[in-house]
Design a protein around this ligand. Structure first.
Ligand code: PMP
Length: 365
């Protein structure tokens, strides 16, 4: 019988694999697989969400006006140069769809965020993958791949899943080497974890008509369940995204929670401090296991990518950690079969994970 046939470029997409929370046999695990905030979210955000129940029958503000104004104040940006999205995932997809189609090229760095690949293929663009340098962005390698068909370059900074950071000077060099009709997307989902809040990205987007910065409330703000992201750029870029986004793309509760989260600077500071202290602690603990072949990639985000180059493989440790009650991220589908990405958790989770890891390595030696 005849059946609907999806377009070939759609059939070529590997669906996004989300971080798991359960073992294959259904046990609930301690989840260190999705880079969520182990401290939850601001109590002000929880309260704002509860209040939003009063208006469930009404559509949300389609333009997220109050949220954009609050973002403008918090980040010192013009509110009308911001667009909000259903997570930054929506915005990444819209950028690809707005600026690339069949015959165009979209570049991202190997070991980049997996949504770039889906976003590019979805609009029939050709995917061009740049080689990495020490698991991070190699500006020269990336620039060498630019052609007159390049329409979008995606760079996550800090990068997921590797945690690597490309410094401001390198980002400026990358931008300077791109043609003016190519959109440079600086994806800063983990931007708030930086001690210095990634100033070059916003400055670049303020000055140039081909730079978009994307951010999210899913990470340090702890509002992943509500799906709220945003992008900043010059009016031409923002207009394009507004033209094709879903009309009511951020829920009322989400907008209210995000506004409340922005005003709780104590929660933000506490989350940042918790993350940097425990990331340092975890990195030191893991470095002490170098005799087992473990190596940590230096991270500026809320997770660590750990490479297993000794006798015990990443896959073995991944499965054994699940037996011990912990789920981390193993990404063989992204060419990272020898690594595990571990989200920084609460103190108890971090200590528990390290104890489990040491036991596993000793047992398998
Ligand atoms: N960019 C990067 C680099 C990410 O790691 C993520 C989340 N995993 C996102 C974007 C998307 O986040 P969200 O859609 O929740 O805003």
């Amino acid at each position: 019988m005849t059946q609907p046939v999806a377009k070939p470029w759609i059939n070529a997409i590997h669906a996004y694999t989300p971080g798991k929370a359960k073992s294959d046999d259904g046990r609930i695990l301690i989840k260190l697989s999705a880079n969520e905030n182990p401290l939850g979210c601001s109590p002000d955000a929880t309260a704002a969400m509860a209040d939003a129940r009063a208006t469930l029958a009404r559509y949300p503000d389609p333009a997220s006006t109050a949220l954009r104004e609050a973002l403008g104040k918090a980040y010192d940006l013009a509110a009308d140069q911001i667009v909000c999205g259903t997570g930054s995932d929506e915005l990444l997809n819209l950028i690809a769809a707005g600026y690339a189609g069949a015959g165009d090229e979209i570049i991202y760095v190997r070991y980049g965020f997996s949504v770039y690949d889906i976003a590019a293929r979805k609009c029939a663009a050709t995917v061009v993958v740049a080689p990495d340098k020490h698991y991070g962005t190699d500006v020269d390698a990336l620039l060498a791949l630019v052609t007159d068909k390049t329409r979008v370059v995606f760079v996550a900074n800090p990068n997921n899943p590797t945690g690597t950071w490309t410094d401001d000077a390198e980002i400026l060099r990358l931008h300077a080497g791109l043609p003016a009709d190519c959109v440079l997307v600086l994806d800063q989902a983990y931007g708030e974890y930086l001690e210095e809040d990634g100033p070059a990205a916003f400055d670049l987007a303020r000055k140039h008509a081909n730079v978009l910065v994307t951010r999210t409330f899913s990470k340090i703000y702890g509002l992943a369940a509500e799906r709220i992201g945003w992008a900043y750029g010059q009016p031409g870029l923002i207009e394009t995204l507004n033209r094709i986004r879903a009309p009511f793309n951020v829920t009322s509760a989400g907008q209210a929670a995000a506004i409340a989260a922005l005003s709780d600077s104590d929660f933000l500071a506490h989350s940042r401090k918790h993350n940097s202290e425990w990331r340092d602690w975890m990195a030191t603990e893991i470095a002490a296991l170098s005799n087992h072949g473990l190596k940590v990639i230096p991270s500026r985000a809320n997770f660590l990518m750990v490479m297993f180059e000794g006798a015990v493989s990443a896959e073995t440790v991944y499965k054994a950690l699940m037996d011990e009650g912990y789920i981390v991220r193993w990404l063989p589908g992204q060419g990272l079969a020898t690594g595990l990405r571990i989200t920084i958790g609460s103190e108890e989770e971090n200590r528990g994970l390290m104890a489990a890891l040491r036991n596993i390595l000793e047992r398998h030696n």
